[in-house]
Design a protein around this ligand. Structure first.
Ligand SMILES: *[C@@H]1O[C@H](CO)[C@@H](O)[C@H](O)[C@H]1NC(C)=O
Ligand SMILES: *[C@@H]1O[C@H](CO)[C@@H](O)[C@H](O)[C@H]1NC(C)=O
Ligand SMILES: *[C@@H]1O[C@H](CO)[C@@H](O)[C@H](O)[C@H]1NC(C)=O
Ligand SMILES: *[C@@H]1O[C@H](CO)[C@@H](O)[C@H](O)[C@H]1NC(C)=O
Length: 347
């Protein structure tokens, strides 16, 4: 009994700080919560460096992308496209403008959508990019208010040798930046061992590039776990405007599965403006997924961005029907709230 209460207390503790809003005046190198997370977890090697060529050949503006213009000058994309087969690679010496309301989507786990342009990349109002990995390199990039880059729940495989997906059928949350939550009440274990999936990828904190992990299931027959969050990487030579949303959250596990863990977001630029949202939070579920990782490396930053890298809430109607006490616990079972949010400016 004492054991049980203790578990509830721990989970509650993490709920009290479910999100993090940063004072934009505070720059230098900041790492949150890392101390409390080095519990002797196994630290696997870093994932391989991002997208080393060979990549697929570039699509063309008009023939493949239904756009107007060329990738060597300006390519305006005015039709929404769904890519079903393969990774998408778009390269050119010019600029790409995704016009208002246009959605480019590759809604397959781990599918990548890469823009590699020497000019500008513009994602207009109500335009969206949806894939497992979105990688943009450009001279300037503008993700305007109302636009969204969303890799929620579209992770490919997390790095080998990691244990972000919990074992068993307890419906625990996936881990990545932080550990997933668990609703298990186990008197045979120390409270500190009652967690869902493990954290991983400590060695790439500065340039996070790992997928989140799937949550656990509650059924032997079916895998209900929410999928892991994908990856967003924006490498911009000069100026990036983040007025819209960058979302790499874990997928929702519903009432029968643990939430997936958040994915990875890395932004590198000389200057960053905009008051958008950057989120790599854990997915909701039977027990919540752990947060992902976010790293922002810019020389100067203006305006306020909202960062969310917290663990997720648990849904618990089912637990409630089974065991009232478990319900109390589970209501508060968030994945570990914060993994690593690094803000790094050189000024
Ligand atoms: C995109 O622009 C082309 C050329 O102006 C036009 O033919 C086409 O109808 C436009 N498509 C959409 C979806 O607006
Ligand atoms: C972008 O294109 C350049 C020039 O072709 C190439 O060297 C580089 O590897 C590409 N980057 C990515 C991320 O594909
Ligand atoms: C990039 O943005 C800067 C500042 O907003 C602007 O002066 C410059 O012309 C832009 N570069 C390109 C290639 O558009
Ligand atoms: C991102 O995608 C998820 C999963 O499809 C969806 O539930 C969520 O509403 C999307 N978020 C935004 C801001 O578009």
């Amino acid at each position: 009994m004492a054991q049980t209460l203790f578990i509830c207390t721990i989970l509650t503790f993490f709920t009290l700080n479910p999100s993090l809003s940063l004072d934009p005046g505070d720059f230098s190198l900041i790492e949150f919560g890392a101390d409390s997370l080095f519990h002797g977890d196994y630290t696997p090697p870093s994932p391989p460096p991002p997208l080393s060529p060979p990549h697929p050949p570039s699509l063309s503006c008009e023939a493949d992308l239904n756009g107007i213009g060329t990738l060597e000058t300006i390519c305006k994309l005015n039709s929404s496209l769904v890519f079903q087969d393969d990774d998408v690679y778009i390269e050119g010496a010019g600029s790409v403008h995704v016009l208002p309301g246009v959605t480019l989507s590759c809604p397959i786990l781990g599918c990548s959508l890469t823009f590699n342009v020497s000019g500008d990349f513009v994602l207009s109002q109500n335009a969206a990019l949806i894939a497992g990995t979105v990688y943009i390199t450009a001279f300037n990039a503008s993700l305007v208010y109302g636009s969204v880059v969303n890799v929620t729940g579209l992770a490919g495989d997390p790095p080998a040798q990691t244990s972000g997906t919990p074992e068993g059928v307890q419906g625990s949350g996936g881990g990545h930046g932080g550990r997933g939550a668990s609703c298990v009440v186990d008197n045979m274990k120390l409270p500190d061992d009652v967690w869902g999936g493990d954290a991983y990828s400590w060695s790439s904190l500065e340039e996070p590039w790992s997928y989140g992990s799937q949550g656990g299931t509650t059924s032997k027959e079916e895998n209900f776990g929410g999928k892991g969050g994908g990856r967003i990487r924006l490498v911009v030579v000069n100026e990036i405007e983040v007025g819209g949303s960058l979302i790499a959250d874990g997928g929702d596990g519903g009432i029968n599965g643990g939430g997936g863990s958040g994915g990875s977001i890395f932004v590198k630029a000389h200057r960053m403006t905009g008051s958008g949202i950057i989120s790599a939070a854990g997915g909701n579920g039977f027990a919540g997924g752990g947060g992902g990782r976010v790293s922002i490396n810019v020389f100067s930053k203006h305006d306020e961005t909202d960062f969310f890298v917290h663990g997720a809430l648990a849904l618990s109607e089912r637990a409630s029907a089974l065991v009232p006490l478990l319900f109390q616990c589970c209501l508060r079972a968030t994945g570990e709230l914060l993994s690593a949010l690094i803000l790094h400016t050189d000024v």
